[in-house]
Design a binder for this molecule. Structure first.
Ligand SMILES: [Zn+2]
Length: 185
């Protein structure tokens, strides 16, 4: 706290804003996550008997939730002790989806685009039914654990044309970034 009367008000406000920004930066950093884990007693579960106990518990809660609200999806999956932000594009269980029409495995494009603050999507192709958008919505309600909601949506011709444009722009950005990094070395 700053209680000195020698500090003019605008400077005091500025100091306050800077301290607030610093505390936010710390809270959102890996160090902040570590601190939050420590404070909440959040530890990696290593004991197999605990792990074996959690799955039936999860299934029971999921079933009851579905009884209360049928809109809760049937295929909710729990991944223990893992899940990082980028897993939507690096963990096969997340990015390998089946075609909603025929069930054939979808082939994803290598480019993922961001949508909003917490959404990512790519264009996926079913060999029989054509194009889909594979979308993910990320959230981290407790500040520690990622949840991923996934859906496939059939795009229209207009949105596919837009996808091509955005994809080209994204590839261009990635290329420019790589060139810049190479130049700095
Ligand atoms: Zn299909």
């Amino acid at each position: 706290m700053f209680y000195s009367s020698n500090v003019p008000v605008p400077v005091g406000l500025l100091i306050g804003a800077v301290l607030y920004a610093l505390s936010l930066a710390v809270a959102l950093s890996p160090f902040g996550e570590w601190l939050l884990r420590l404070q909440t007693g959040c530890k990696k579960i290593c004991r197999t008997d605990y792990l074996n106990y959690i799955m039936p518990l999860f299934r029971e809660v999921h079933e009851r939730a579905r009884e209360l609200d049928p809109s809760v999806p049937a295929d909710v999956q729990l991944f223990m002790n893992r899940m990082e932000h980028d897993d939507y594009r690096s963990v096969p269980e997340l990015y390998q989806a089946g075609c909603p029409e025929c069930g054939a495995p979808l082939q994803n494009d290598e480019v993922w685009l961001k949508r909003g603050n917490t959404g990512y999507f790519t264009r996926a192709v079913c060999p029989y039914c054509g194009h889909w958008y594979l979308r993910f919505k990320l959230s981290r309600r407790d500040g520690l654990h990622w949840s991923f909601a996934r859906c496939a949506q059939m795009p229209d011709a207009e949105s596919l044309a837009r996808w091509e444009k955005l994809r080209t722009a994204q590839l261009e950005r990635m290329r420019a970034k790589a060139e810049k990094q190479a130049a700095e070395k």
